[in-house]
Write a protein that binds this ligand. Structure first.
Ligand SMILES: C[S@@+](CC[C@H](N)C(=O)[O-])C[C@H]1O[C@@H](n2cnc3c(N)ncnc32)[C@H](O)[C@@H]1O
Length: 282
């Protein structure tokens, strides 16, 4: 059966392919953060939601990582990416085509037949909160999730609708599962980078034009007027790894990076980044 939610992702990737030039600032920032996280032993990097890889300079990253594993449900986007960046023959690059949530098909089936009702959603939530075996050759020294979280949550919006009584619970389960997946893939002493777009020029028309020195203040205003994508308020992302959050004890040195702009041609996004390290076990 065709998965409508995934088809939407593939369409989005096709439409945003010619974005290499405009995306330079976004790409240079992410590539820079990932380069800084690589140590002299040239470890292994895994990128979740790599898609077209317009946000990764793979040639540069190959100089500092011995292996780069690109993960996405959209095989055509990954193939495009490695061809476009002339690394398709490089054995250090691996592609992994998979659904990171494991529930994408059930969510799409629910969208086509909402009569399945509460019991099916309960089972989906149970699956999201259970142990998930991702078919990936981890652990990795560095794991980066790049602008996939807002998409995972959007799939929930499209499948059940944001006014559904179980929407909130489902959305929280998807977000928590994603954070757990990132952490599970990181090896001892390794690092994580979770990057998420959280608002776009569609609802914040001035996003493109606000001068850099006013950008943070502008974002604070958007956030306080509740103008941000479901479930990815930067403060909420930070809270997943801090304080009493169940995952907080597994990580250390959690840091919110300064927000930046991602220019996707037709639309601009504000992006948040969270950097952290897996806590060393004694
Ligand atoms: C906004 S795009 C990321 C942009 C990409 N890094 C780039 O710059 O070209 C989000 C990516 O997440 C992927 N994705 C969405 N849901 C997924 C899932 N359940 N499992 C794996 N990948 C998923 C999409 O196919 C898409 O490539």
């Amino acid at each position: 059966m065709i998965n409508e939610l995934f088809e939407e992702e593939v369409r989005f990737n096709q439409a945003s392919r010619p974005n290499w030039e405009q995306g330079a600032t976004h790409r240079n920032l992410i590539t820079g953060y990932l380069t800084d996280l690589a140590d002299s032993s040239r470890g292994r990097l895994c990128v979740l939601g790599a898609g077209n890889c317009n946000d990764l300079d793979l040639q540069k990253l190959l100089q500092v990582y011995s292996e780069i594993h690109l993960v996405d449900l959209d095989e055509s986007a990954l193939r495009y990416a490695i061809d476009f960046q002339s690394v398709s023959d490089n054995p250090a690059i691996s592609m992994h085509v998979l659904d990171l949530t494991g529930i994408g098909d059930r969510l799409a089936a629910f969208k086509s037949d909402p009569d399945q009702g509460e019991a099916e959603l309960r089972e989906i939530i149970t699956a999201l909160t259970g142990v998930q075996e991702l078919n990936l050759p981890g652990p990795y020294d560095v794991v980066c999730s790049t602008c996939i979280l807002s998409q995972l949550i959007l799939q929930v919006v499209h499948a059940v609708g944001e006014t559904h009584p179980q929407f909130e619970e489902l959305m929280v389960a998807v977000r928590e599962q994603h954070f757990r997946s990132v952490l599970d893939l990181i090896g001892e002493g390794g690092a994580g980078l979770i990057i998420s777009d959280f608002v776009s020029s569609e609802s914040a028309a001035d996003l493109k034009d606000v001068p850099d020195f006013q950008f943070t203040q502008y974002l604070s205003q958007l956030l306080s007027s509740r103008n941000f994508f479901h479930g990815v308020h930067p403060g909420l992302l930070f809270a997943q790894l801090k304080g009493k959050a169940p995952l907080a004890k597994l990580v250390q040195d959690v840091e919110m990076l300064p927000p930046w702009r991602w220019d996707l041609g037709a639309r601009q996004y504000a992006v948040a980044g969270l950097r952290f390290y897996l806590r060393m076990t004694e």
